[in-house]
Write a protein of this length. Structure first.
Length: 280
């Protein structure tokens, strides 16, 4: 049977991808950002997951205001890097796992989560930057990926509680898949950041730190944070953090924090990163 062995949370700042692609990762500004991922890169090379269910958001790359699915599951064979205005990032195409993805789609819909099925999905920095952070610059990504795109760009995004419940339903689906697969679930986005308006540049370290703490110590409390509190405390783009609750809901009752990294700033953002091990 497939197993969910670990969860990763990480910010997905586009400038991190540009720093990697342009060979700037060792520069003074970027070094402390990347140093916090070195532990994880060694750890994941030893863990060798078969599949990552990668929760991320599209930033008006594959979708636009014409179509706004709340939850969209990537069921295709491959996912090409999206052109976000500067040409696609020079990273490999992402290999999907259509059989697992369709199994998850069916299980979710039978569990009354009416997700959107994507048979074509170009993936932007929300997905490719976490891949680069974990795996560097390989010729091929060493893992298959089932992308789950969540609308956190156009109001109304899903609630944290709904994200948690979707995580639980994803857990049930993956544990019910017959093949023996080592599956990780990643939640991306955040942490506090606001890219627009009068409060552009907002960072709230106490909020971020409490959020990181509670993912292990009191995750139930995070389910109840309303949209307005994310907006007030973590800025207009801080709502991306609800995606971490899909990851946490999928990990089950107890987790152990294996690794944490928090750094300000990267571009306009607080970078947060956690590695959580499922303790069954
Ligand atoms: C930025 C964009 C993002 O999508 C994000 O999650 C964080 C930062 C940016 O443009 O700096
Ligand atoms: Fe983002």
């Amino acid at each position: 049977m497939a197993r969910i062995t670990a969860g990763i949370a990480t910010s997905h700042v586009p400038a991190i991808g540009a720093a990697i692609d342009r060979g700037k990762a060792r520069e003074e500004y970027w070094r402390p950002v990347f140093e916090g991922y070195e532990w994880t890169r060694k750890w994941i090379a030893a863990e060798r997951p078969d599949v990552v269910l990668l929760v991320y958001n599209d930033h008006a790359s594959a979708f636009s205001l014409e179509m706004i699915p709340t939850f969209a599951l990537g069921c295709a064979e491959t996912f090409e890097p999206a052109d976000e205005g500067f040409g696609p990032r020079p990273v490999p195409a992402v290999q999907g796992h259509p059989d697992l993805a369709w199994h998850i789609a069916q299980s979710l819909i039978m569990d009354e989560f009416d997700i959107t099925i994507m048979n074509r999905l170009d993936v932007d920095h929300g997905l490719t930057v976490p891949m680069s952070l974990m795996f560097g610059q390989p010729q091929e990504w060493p893992v298959r990926v089932v992308p789950l795109a969540v609308n956190v760009v156009q109001y109304p995004p899903p609630t944290g509680n709904r994200c948690w419940m979707l995580g639980e339903a994803i857990r049930k689906a993956i544990l019910g898949y017959a093949e023996d697969l080592n599956v990780q679930i990643w939640g991306t986005g955040g942490m506090s950041h606001q890219l627009q308006g009068l409060r552009a540049g907002l960072i709230n370290t106490p909020f971020d730190t409490a959020y990181l703490d509670k993912l292990t110590s009191d995750p139930q409390a995070l389910r109840r944070i309303p949209h307005i509190e994310y907006l007030r405390e973590a800025g207009s783009e801080g709502i991306e953090m609800v995606m971490w609750l899909i990851m946490r809901g999928a990990l089950g009752g107890r987790v152990a924090e294996l690794h944490r990294h928090y750094h300000v700033p990267a571009s306009n953002t607080a970078v947060g990163h956690l590695v959580l091990q499922a303790v069954s």
